[in-house]
Design a protein around this ligand. Structure first.
Ligand SMILES: [Zn+2]
Length: 83
């Protein structure tokens, strides 16, 4: 599964997250990613628009950054939804 898929780094632990699951919600044209680490989970929703705009260049930011630093992939997703 997920060959070549690099786990995002946990901003809290400073290492790769324990688990990353993702799936596509075709009804809503979204990709949902769930990172699990240090007993917590973080959900990131990428919209179709986000993937079109950033798909070829998008890289994972750190997971759980909201608990450590302000700028995250989640922020990117939220911003693109607003525009
Ligand atoms: Zn962690």
């Amino acid at each position: 599964m997920l060959n070549g898929f690099v786990l995002p780094e946990c901003a809290v632990c400073g290492r790769s997250v324990d688990e990353l699951r993702w799936w596509d919600d075709w009804d809503r044209c979204q990709r949902i990613l769930i990172a699990r680490c240090h007993g917590q989970t973080e959900e990131v929703v990428l919209t179709d628009k986000t993937m079109v705009l950033y798909g070829s260049t998008m890289r994972f930011g750190k997971a759980f950054v909201a608990k450590a630093l302000p700028s995250t992939l989640a922020d990117l997703a939220r911003e693109s939804e607003g525009g």
